[in-house]
Design a protein around this ligand. Structure first.
Ligand code: HPA
Length: 267
């Protein structure tokens, strides 16, 4: 754990109290709404030295920490992506801070394109596993042997079971599938999409995978949910764009919020 993370955790505890968050959450493009319902304290990333500036529209660069559905949460509203800086470990400090606050679990959300015939815009996919199609790794340069992180059950079976149970209770369809990380920021070509479909991916996006690796490195339990905003390149006539992603994310966001709230209520 870096000294900076400990310092920031102390600062956050001063502002928001010292109870450890039961869940950390990192919210994807257009999925930040749930943070507005938290009864707690919002801290701008600008007040947390070393936190990413999260320069992508559709992300709110704030840490919101407090009570949601009777459970203490820490919501990281602004996500930094590899493609913004060329640094794969852009989310390392926020995740280290979560750990330093005593957090043990983190839920990641993202917007993604779909290669799965049954996953359409507005649908949700729970990640059963992922493919690091970018070949990049946020732990490159990490000097300790802790860098050799096992990834066999990276997506935590217990957390996934809790999310599936919450989806069932809310009557929200939730297909499990494999997410491929494509670095971005350009979208994929149809040939690339055919390639990753052949390799076994069901959805594609530009985030999440480095965060799963970092979370496992830090010993956090992690699960991730994609909101499908489009069919991936070449699979439909719609124009893929960031504007389109932001416009479509709210379609799935309401269902995602119901699942997360139900999970937080514990049933
Ligand atoms: N590709 C990559 N990232 C995405 C997509 C996509 O089609 N849709 C939303 N985020």
């Amino acid at each position: 754990m870096s000294k900076n993370a400990e310092t920031l955790a102390a600062l956050i505890r001063d502002r928001a109290g010292s109870e450890p968050p039961a869940y950390g959450m990192v919210l994807g493009s257009g999925l930040g709404h749930i943070a507005d319902s938290v009864d707690g304290v919002a801290i701008d990333y600008a007040e947390l030295p070393g936190f990413p500036h999260a320069g992508v529209s559709g992300h709110t660069p704030k840490l919101v920490i407090g009570d949601l559905e009777g459970t203490r949460v820490a919501i990281f509203g602004g996500r930094a992506h590899y493609y913004e800086t060329g640094r794969g470990d852009a989310m390392r400090l926020p995740l280290e801070v979560l750990k330093a606050l005593g957090g043990e679990r983190v839920i990641l959300t993202n917007a993604a394109g779909s290669m799965h015939p049954d996953l359409n815009p507005g649908d949700l996919m729970l990640l059963s596993d992922h493919i690091n199609f970018s070949g990049l790794n946020p732990l490159i340069g990490e000097p300790t042997d802790a860098r050799f992180v096992p990834m066999t059950q990276a997506h935590d079976p217990d957390l996934r079971a809790a999310i599936k149970a919450a989806a069932l209770a809310e009557d929200v369809p939730l297909i499990e599938g494999v997410y491929a990380w494509y670095s971005g920021p350009s979208f994929e070509t149809p040939a690339e999409i055919r390639a990753i479909r052949t390799l076994g991916a069901d959805a594609v996006g530009m985030s999440t995978v480095p965060e799963v690796i970092l979370a496992r490195f830090l010993g956090l339990r992690v699960a991730a949910i994609s909101t499908i905003t489009n069919k991936a390149a070449g699979l439909s006539d719609e124009q893929i764009s960031h504007e389109h992603t932001k416009a479509m994310a709210p379609l799935g966001a309401a269902k995602l919020e119901r699942i997360l709230r139900r999970m937080l209520r514990g049933g």
